[in-house]
Design a protein around this ligand. Structure first.
Ligand SMILES: NC(=O)c1ccc[n+]([C@@H]2O[C@H](COP(=O)([O-])OP(=O)(O)OC[C@H]3O[C@@H](n4cnc5c(N)ncnc54)[C@H](O)[C@@H]3O)[C@@H](O)[C@H]2O)c1
Ligand SMILES: [Zn+2]
Ligand SMILES: [Zn+2]
Length: 389
């Protein structure tokens, strides 16, 4: 089959790779109908998460049709239209039983790398390097989905493939941040980053009852999407100083919940950016945490900061004094989609969650390298490039 593969830092190409086969009784094979870029892929492509090998298939947000199933699969039939959680979880270990699905003890068959780096291995993710299991990704004609009764969800008839696609990763990631960040009815929630993840974190916070939600970014076309399709307020960081503006909007107190949806390649102005860029390129710090620092500084006393953006290693100038003295709760997570996807699909059917506008560009797999360049450089208003294999 054809697949979009990582070939080296900033180098992608379409290759012929072996078709997947059923290896375990709980597997299904999907024919992929749509698969989409994610901000997380940029960290892999740029070499910031250095655990890819030439020939690895990228992609973790996808929908497809079941074409083969293992004998133990109960919830799915051949021909079913399904969306699959980007993280792989068994449903039976201690972490899955405690609704911490992305931390599944059985989702990552290759735990050694992250045990050394982080003290313990999180679960596995499709197309997300050997550190997260070495699973083949979805930018291909077919994919093997393990633990299919847990990770694959039937798409309701009233929800299109284009919309359901984002129930794989972007929406449940946003929901994870808003929910586990502790959003309460009446809260003010600030979100850094107006990519698909930040937009969906904002929408989730609204649905969880936040009274005011503000999204911060530097790209006007994305902020326009936030106002139009998400219904949240916006701050353009190239025009307004974020901290005073947030204080002004919250009676001087600061947001109750601050969600960071930018990650390790954050942009910032002036000396801070030079400092982080130089240290990151010399590998003296692995990640550029400008938005994370700002979220901690902005948060009200006793509030909560949630890191949804992906970080890989070690950062500098982490405002530990602010975290401790302001009594903040700090948390992060890879998304626990298994917990939320059924509810998200129901909300998509009721038009409470709309994602169609995120798919700004649709193209063939062959145009994948071009699509990633547009997505990385944010040209032509690209929010997400969708591939139809
Ligand atoms: N936790 C998870 O499970 C999970 C899942 C998916 C994605 N992610 C991560 O979420 C992050 C966002 O993903 P995405 O797909 O929306 O990415 P994206 O690249 O489309 O969007 C990132 C946005 O952040 C903005 N930005 C950059 N610097 C900023 C700053 N200092 N302040 C405010 N905004 C800034 C950019 O302009 C851009 O619009 C990435 O780090 C990705 O890896 C995490
Ligand atoms: Zn993702
Ligand atoms: Zn598990």
């Amino acid at each position: 089959m054809r697949a979009l593969c990582w070939e080296g830092v900033n180098k992608l190409s379409v290759q012929t790779v072996p078709d997947p086969t059923i290896l375990n009784d709980h597997d299904v094979i999907l024919k992929i109908t749509r698969t989409v870029t994610c901000g997380s892929d940029l960290h892999l492509i740029g070499g910031y998460i250095p655990f890819m090998r030439a020939g690895d298939v990228l992609g973790h947000e996808f929908v497809g049709v079941v074409v083969e199933k293992g004998p133990a699969v109960k919830r799915h039939q051949i021909g079913d239209r399904v969306v699959v959680c980007s993280f792989i979880a068994c449903g039976n270990c201690w972490y899955c039983k405690n609704e911490l699905w992305s931390l599944c003890d059985n989702g990552n068959p290759n735990p050694g790398i992250t045990e050394g780096l982080w003290g313990a291995a999180p679960g596995g993710c499709f197309g997300y390097s050997h550190a997260l299991g070495g699973w083949a990704g979805s930018h291909a004609e077919y994919i093997r989905v393990p633990y299919a009764d847990r990770g694959a969800f039937r798409i309701p008839d009233g929800v299109s493939d284009e919309r359901a696609l984002f129930a794989s990763d972007s929406v449940p990631t946003g929901w994870t941040g808003a929910h586990l960040g502790g959003t309460q009815p009446g809260d003010v929630v600030a979100v850094w980053g107006a990519g698909a993840v930040g937009q969906m974190a904002a929408r989730s916070a609204m649905l969880l009852g936040a009274e005011k939600v503000v999204v911060i970014d530097r790209l006007p076309e994305r902020l326009e999407q936030v106002r139009r399709y998400v219904g949240a307020e916006t701050l353009d960081l190239t025009e307004t100083e974020t901290l005073p503006a947030l204080r002004e909007m919250t009676g001087g107190r600061g947001p109750d919940v601050c969600i960071e949806a930018v990650g390790m390649e954050a942009h910032s102005a002036g000396g801070q950016h030079v400092y982080d860029k130089v240290k990151q390129s010399l590998r003296l710090e692995t990640d550029r945490p400008a938005a994370l620092r700002e979220a901690i500084m902005a948060c009200r006393k006793g509030g909560s900061v949630f890191a949804l953006g992906v970080f890989g290693g070690f950062i500098d100038k982490f405002p530990m004094g602010a975290l401790m003295n302001k009594g903040l709760t700090f948390r992060g997570a890879q998304q626990h989609g298994h917990r939320y996807i059924a509810d998200i699909l129901a909300r998509m059917e009721r038009d409470e969650i709309v994602t169609d506008h995120l798919a700004t560009h649709t193209m063939s797999l062959e145009d994948g390298p071009k699509g990633y360049t547009m997505f990385k450089e944010k040209t032509d208003g690209c929010v997400r490039a969708v591939f139809v294999p």
